[in-house]
Ligand binder design. Structure first.
Ligand code: FRU
Length: 488
């Protein structure tokens, strides 16, 4: 089954005037045009992001039998461009050791595990087993790490018969292994979330793991449990290497509930040290959680590519979509920005999206579109109102001090008593040059200065926002729509 861009993108019906043209058949309400969603059922965290043989793989926390969280499987899809996804059969089912919680996947190029060959390296998934029977008994040792592998480009998966590969040492929260090969240290490193800190483990063969160190008990945000870490090296603008550590926490995010913090620092093969004690967030909106980066992106590409789950545990199980729940963010490219003596991260939408967009059309103040998905590029300060026929609206305001999203009247909000809120992030220290807003059927992703500050927010308008009003000194902006769908 192919996942293709939905319906309406076929014709460039909108313009900056008010040309009303034939509307197309309605799509499933709130099914996004260019964000990944499961075909049906429940989805949470992206898992096992790995590139192999021309394909980006996306696995995800999935419960196919319901639209609420339940026994976790790994759903699976592949893409050649990060935006058009082909759904594949479920890769991993729960078994006698437990539900299949979050984790990562790597290509074992040197066949260190012996599970493949050098000619056909195994794709290896390392994930958390969550033993529900043990949880019900009140046991502490509920979570352990398991391994599965594929020697046919991820099409079929075998569980390793020596599972678990990392048993629980006595921690109730012991999960979400992110594994990477570190060439400079000739070792595999597993970064694991353990309640209120991260633990690093080392292996030569992916099958035997030895603990290296811990990080974070007294650093970062501790408003909730630590989950879904990621550790990787990134070069700054001058070409110096730094190490980046992501840690999702729930609750305790800047807008309440779930969010992902990050640290920039150093990793010496055994220990991570942070550049400072500041808590930084990869996204200041309410709806970007459990995001991690792709493994095995070819060095000829060289990007560090990120994908997040576009929801928040505060209401993920009750958002009003019908046949499925949850979408992912736009895939984003991560880079380092030097700010004085420290470094921060920048997240910009992958460039692949550009070929899906029409040429920018200049607009002033108000316009009506006839598409549900579009990208707005705006100036350094302003106020934007996106609204629909029911007079539901989301208001975005920004200047050099702050960026605010008001979704109190955004549409359907009654499913949760925290959803209808005003979310604000401080922009002091950032000279705003431009703001780009990616609008899809149920989301806004706001990128300040190409991603120096990001806010991702869900909205559920009863009908799409087709009216755009921009006020303030700078009421000039441009709109791009999606080009016609090109399923492949
Ligand atoms: C994060 C998380 C992970 C866990 C998974 C279970 O959203 O709680 O820590 O592995 O979801 O579905």
């Amino acid at each position: 089954m192919k996942y293709s861009l939905v319906v309406f993108v076929g014709f460039l019906l909108w313009s900056c005037g008010s040309d009303k043209k034939a509307r197309m058949a309605p799509a499933e309400q709130w099914r996004p045009a260019y964000h990944f969603t499961p075909p049906a059922g429940w989805m949470n965290d992206p898992n096992g992001l790995v590139y192999f043989d021309g394909e980006y793989h996306l696995f995800y926390q999935h419960y196919p039998d319901s639209t609420v969280w339940g026994p976790m499987h790994w759903g699976h899809a592949v893409s050649q461009d990060l935006l058009h996804w082909e759904h594949l059969p479920i890769a991993l089912y729960p078994d006698s050791l437990g539900y299949i919680f979050s984790g990562s996947a790597v290509v074992d190029w040197k066949n260190t595990s012996g599970l493949g060959t050098e000619a056909m390296p195994a794709m290896v998934a390392i994930y958390t087993y969550h033993d529900m029977a043990a949880e019900r008994r009140g046991d502490i040792k509920v979570e352990s790490q398991g391994l599965a592998y594929s020697i046919d480009r991820g099409r079929t998966w075998l569980k390793y018969n020596g599972n678990p590969v990392l048993a629980n040492p006595g921690s109730r929260d012991f999960r979400d292994p992110k594994v990477a090969w570190q060439d400079s240290y000739q070792q595999w490193v597993m970064t694991l979330a353990v309640h209120d800190h991260v633990e690093f483990y080392r292996s030569k063969d992916l099958l035997h793991w030895e603990k290296l160190s811990e990080f974070g008990k007294d650093l970062g945000s501790h408003g909730g449990v630590w989950e879904c870490p990621d550790l990787f090296a990134l070069k700054d603008e001058q070409g110096s290497t730094h190490w980046v550590l992501f840690v999702s926490i729930n609750p305790g995010g800047p807008q309440g509930g779930s969010a992902t913090q990050y640290f920039v620092g150093d990793f010496d093969g055994a220990r991570f040290t942070s550049q400072d004690t500041v808590t930084r967030w990869i996204d200041h909106g309410a709806d970007n959680y459990a995001g991690v980066t792709w493994s095995d992106i070819p060095s000829s590409d060289g990007r560090r590519l990120f994908l997040g789950w576009m929801s928040n545990w505060q209401y993920a199980n009750v958002v009003p979509t019908k046949n499925w729940r949850s979408a992912n963010t736009i895939p984003r490219s991560v880079s380092l920005v030097t700010r004085g003596a420290t470094h921060e991260l920048k997240f910009e939408p992958v460039k692949e999206i550009d070929s899906m967009l029409t040429e920018p059309r200049a607009c002033i103040k108000s316009t009506e579109t006839e598409t549900d998905a579009y990208v707005l590029t705006l100036g350094s300060a302003g106020a934007l109102v996106l609204s629909n026929e029911q007079n539901q609206k989301t208001v975005v305001t920004w200047n050099d001090h702050d960026l605010t999203v008001d979704r109190t009247q955004s549409g359907e909000t009654s499913f949760s008593n925290v959803f209808a809120a005003v979310h604000k992030t401080d922009l002091s220290g950032i000279t705003v040059k431009d703001v780009r807003i990616f609008v899809d059927a149920a989301s806004l992703e706001i990128f300040v200065n190409g991603g120096e500050r990001v806010m991702t927010e869900l909205v559920f308008p009863s009908s799409p926002y087709r009216r755009i009003d921009v006020t303030g000194n700078e009421s000039n902006y441009s709109i791009q729509s999606l080009r016609s769908s090109t399923p492949r």
